[in-house]
Write a protein that binds this ligand. Structure first.
Ligand SMILES: NC(=O)c1ccc[n+]([C@@H]2O[C@H](COP(=O)([O-])OP(=O)(O)OC[C@H]3O[C@@H](n4cnc5c(N)ncnc54)[C@H](OP(=O)(O)O)[C@@H]3O)[C@@H](O)[C@H]2O)c1
Length: 284
């Protein structure tokens, strides 16, 4: 990875930080994102120490806000004349419905619309830097997901689990559609399930079951470093160069939710997303 430039979103902790450490250890220049500049600077210092690589850059942005994602993309384009890989890792779980500055449901906005918008804004740079890779961190929860176009943002009925599963299925549909669109350009797009990992995941707004079960199961979960193994592999391994539009877990391609193969739903989701992030004028 020496000489390569990689952006990892949501890398102040958890799987993202472990991914950044792994890639920096391999010699890449790594840009990390987080909401808070001081927390992100601290994480960057930790990543430099753990990897022995000083080339770690910080980009602070609240990615639940589309204006902030646009500002972030601008800062990345200014900082990096080339971009070899983008790891769309940012994401979370909220037991109750929250809305973002744009009035969007938080899970849908952060887990799905933010990587959709950021990737589209960085795609020209990724294409110019080809061969390049887009890796999006999905989840095993994608298997129970359904894209509910009638209530995409849980206005009528919100369930944290349903919103999360939908967003993670949407990550896979986005990846698959992106892979089709960039075919032949040298850009690949794959998604990953990191496993069940001991992080701050869901800690902002937990409820019921998780509050009781969470502390009991925590010791048995994967470490962030183990959770980062498949994302790091997808960014760096020569043997996945030819793979695109695949869902991986434990470094192996897996069959995703059957719904992810529905091309009509995938195309509709892409069109709806283009409207929701205001990317009209780009190829719909
Ligand atoms: N943990 C698991 O078992 C598991 C399983 C399957 C999939 N995943 C997926 O793995 C990814 C990483 O999760 P994790 O477990 O590592 O979670 P985590 O420990 O909560 O880390 C989340 C990261 O995202 C950042 N973040 C959160 N909200 C943000 C916002 N509005 N704007 C910008 N950055 C924000 C956080 O930074 P700041 O708080 O510093 O802003 C942090 O760096 C997620 O996509 C998750 O869905 C996790």
């Amino acid at each position: 990875m020496a000489g390569k430039v990689v952006l990892v979103t949501g890398a102040t902790g958890g799987i993202g930080k472990a991914t950044a450490i792994g890639l920096a250890t391999m010699g890449a220049r790594v840009g990390i994102t987080g909401r808070d500049l001081i927390r992100a600077e601290q994480a960057a210092a930790d990543i430099r120490t753990a990897s022995g690589n000083p080339a770690v850059d910080v980009f602070a942005a609240d990615m639940s806000s589309q204006a902030e994602v646009r500002r972030l993309a601008g800062a990345v384009l200014d900082a990096y004349p080339r971009l070899d890989a983008l790891v769309n890792n940012v994401g979370g779980f909220w037991a109750h419905r929250h809305t973002t500055a744009d009035g969007m449901e938080h899970t849908f906005a952060l887990n799905y619309l933010a990587p959709f918008l950021l990737t589209n804004l960085l795609l020209e740079r990724l294409t110019a830097s080809a061969p390049s890779r887009v890796v999006t961190v999905s989840s095993g929860a994608q298997s129970t997901g359904r894209i509910n176009f009638d209530d995409l943002q849980g206005v009528r009925h919100y369930s944290g689990q349903r919103a999360y599963s939908q967003s993670k299925l949407a990550n896979i549909m986005f990846t698959n559609e992106l892979a089709r669109r960039v075919q032949g350009t040298g850009v690949t797009a794959n998604s990953a399930h990191p496993g069940v990992v001991r992080t701050k995941f869901g800690s902002e707004d937990q409820a019921g079951f998780f509050v009781i079960i969470g502390p009991l199961v925590r010791p048995f979960l994967k470490t962030p470093a183990r959770g980062a193994d498949t994302p790091i592999y997808l960014v760096s391994a020569p043997d996945v160069e030819a793979f695109s539009g695949q869902f991986f877990a434990n470094r192996k391609p897996k069959t995703a939710n059957k719904a992810a193969g529905d091309l009509d739903v995938t195309a509709r989701l892409w069109r709806v997303s283009i409207d929701l992030v205001g990317l009209t004028g780009s190829p719909g």
